[in-house]
Design a protein around this ligand. Sequence first.
Ligand code: GTQ
Length: 343
Amino acid sequence: MKDDPAYKALADIGAAPLWRFYGNLFPAEPRSRAVPYVWSWQQLRPHLLHFSTALSLDEAERRVLMLVNPALTDPPATVNTLYAGLQIILPGETAQAHRHTSNAFRFILEGEGAYTTVNGEPVHMSPGDLLLTPGWHWHDHTHKGDAPMIWLDALDYPLVNALEAGFYEQYPERLQPVTRPDDTGSRQFLHGRLTPTWITPEGPNSPITRYTWTETARALDAIADTAEGSTVDGVVLEYTNPWTGGPVMPTIGCRVQRLRPGFDGTGHRHTASTIFSVVRGEGATVVDGVRLDWSEHDTFAIPCWSTYRHINTSTSHDAVLFSYSDEPVMRSLGLYRSETADA
Ligand code: GTQ
């Protein structure tokens, strides 16, 4: 009975009746707390520029606007397991060297002339480049160009903190010493099937520190006339770890896709939570009946197990989307599921 005083007695001694919690603990299917959302580049960019002069990099370790899911504000996250932020750095600035157990990457949106030093290797940035900063790698940023540099930051800290595995350390100096030639990782490995034989795999991450847009665009162009791709995603390519053929880091997988003019995708859903960054073009993604309209450099979030489909609203131009998800986590834990569905 409802007001049985025994319930109160249970709570006082650290116990609870399973039958009152069962449906929430074992839902028939996932019900993400995150909501579908699109962050507007046009709205955010002026705020980035404002803070680039209002706040120095001595006042903030990183000058970043977090893209916070309206349903995930405490602690802030973009989807359940992943985070996105927009970072700006001005010519002449440096950002303090540090490392954390969270895996991170940057996807470059605007500017030229900055680099991130990752475990002694300067990794240079151009728009469309993907730069990896795997967990526990020292990283600091330096900008030697002549205009602001803006990129998308991605981290898995919502997952790492949920696992209570977060460690962080500051480097004793502002910048770490450079100990490897510029862009070593991409120069050694970013050449398809030609892998250096004298280097042995180390750790779970891709050795490619920089996936250049030049190479990515070349791959997309080369495939353009040979394949329609999938009805769900168009021509979609996964950034891979040359040691494994699998995702670039153990917790985050990255993709790039081209939606041909007028593309109207079929719907699907999967247990991976996903974040998209619009490289080029304009379109819409319909998520559980909510239409997210997007254009260049917008970011949008697709929660776990929500049904979605992509539309390229242009009839003359391709749309290109970069995306990342926790699919490697779901797969390695046996929790990945996907199915086609009407969106
Ligand atoms: O640039 O190292 O957006 O450590 C969040 C945490 C960026 C970075 C973020 C970070 C960084």
